[in-house]
Design a protein around this ligand. Structure first.
Ligand code: AMP
Length: 282
């Protein structure tokens, strides 16, 4: 596996590979890799000649009160996980490399960025769209691999690609979970032992709402009530949102049509840790 840190070296490398007709797969991450990330790399390996994993903790997508400085980092471990999963190039630019002095561009996407995460983290998706656009230009992938774990992020990135006619395909990969259902996340290391046990309630509440929908419930209110009631059986947990929305548009009708895909979206706080999860019911 090669290690590249310079943006210009990355771009030169990839332009040469493209001239040779190589298919490039990119997996953008913030590092502290786990099996969720590894599943993306494996998927990229299966569909590309050259797999580039990027590790960049993007300051633009963190608000000043968020966990940018304490975000977990472990380069040695990341190297070994990426290599085992079949990565060819690990691209780890510094903030100065990504945002050199005088950097003034911001990409802001309307619509899908506004609800849910957009309400609680108002500048987050601008940061995501801006860094993802730059990473796409630096790595020039044919396909870029993202996790369904960050459902709204996938929608924002797809919108970016469609609106700006960026010539690549976004591949959305299934959420990898721990045995007890907790979605894998770099932030899970923040959880105390007690909160780690409580965190299984997210998956339980998604499943409870899924069961209700599968029994024929289409009223959004009733679906959201079971999500919230299940979550609140755990004390010490705060709900940012627990919502049901159209899986394709994120619109929230009073009642879903029989054939309408529904995405259940959760964001909760346990102690100082914020967890998100989702489940699509079609
Ligand atoms: P992050 O490092 O958290 O920014 O995540 C990098 C990529 O990995 C994003 O596309 C995430 O959606 C994806 N990802 C994170 N956790 C998981 C998971 N548990 N299963 C699948 N993909 C994931």
């Amino acid at each position: 596996m090669q290690h590249i840190q310079s943006a210009s070296v990355m771009q030169t490398f990839v332009l040469a590979a493209r001239r040779e007709g190589k298919r490039i797969g990119a997996v953008p991450t913030m590092g502290y890799l786990h099996d969720g990330h590894a599943s993306l790399v494996r998927m990229a390996r299966a569909e590309s000649d050259i797999v580039i994993t990027t590790i960049f903790v993007n300051p633009l997508q963190f608000a000043p009160n968020e966990d940018f400085t304490r975000y977990p980092r472990d380069f040695e471990r990341d190297w070994s996980i990426a290599e085992k999963a079949g990565c060819d190039v690990l691209f780890t630019p510094s903030p100065e490399e990504m945002y050199p002095q005088g950097f003034q561009t911001n990409i802001s996407i309307g619509g899908v960025s506004a609800p849910f995460e957009g309400v609680f983290r108002p500048t987050h998706f601008d940061g995501v769209a801006t860094v993802v656009a730059k990473l796409f230009l630096l790595t020039q992938p044919d396909k870029a691999f993202f996790g369904q774990k960050d459902y709204q992020q996938c929608m924002v990135v797809k919108k970016l690609v469609r609106d700006l006619a960026i010539p690549l395909e976004i591949v959305v990969c299934p959420t990898q979970r721990e045995n007890d259902g907790l979605a894998m996340s770099s932030r899970n290391v923040y959880l105390s032992a007690e909160d780690r046990i409580k965190s299984t309630i997210l998956w339980k509440s998604l499943q409870a709402a899924q069961n209700l929908i599968q029994q024929g419930e289409r009223h959004r209110d009733r679906i959201e009530t079971i999500l919230k009631e299940t979550l609140l059986t755990m004390n010490g947990l705060t709900i940012d949102y627990a919502a049901a929305a159209d899986a394709d548009t994120l619109e929230q009708p009073t009642e879903f049509a029989p054939t309408q895909g529904i995405v259940l979206l959760l964001a909760v706080r346990l102690g100082a840790t914020r967890l998100i999860d989702n489940l699509v019911v079609r």
